[in-house]
Ligand binder design. Sequence first.
Ligand SMILES: [Zn+2]
Ligand SMILES: [Zn+2]
Length: 57
Amino acid sequence: MKQDSCRRCGNELQVNRKCDICNKENQFYCDECGYETIEQIHFECMMNGLKTTSITN
Ligand SMILES: [Zn+2]
Ligand SMILES: [Zn+2]
């Protein structure tokens, strides 16, 4: 699901966070009103992240 405009003011959203695993943008914010979208969790990336963490640990 792509979100490219703010739900509050309609301003264009900026990328706030990218997924650590697949590097796709998964959270956005509005620099006009400070609205932040919910971070989109990629289930597969989350599983991969857990594996990577346990190996590193
Ligand atoms: Zn991802
Ligand atoms: Zn806004």
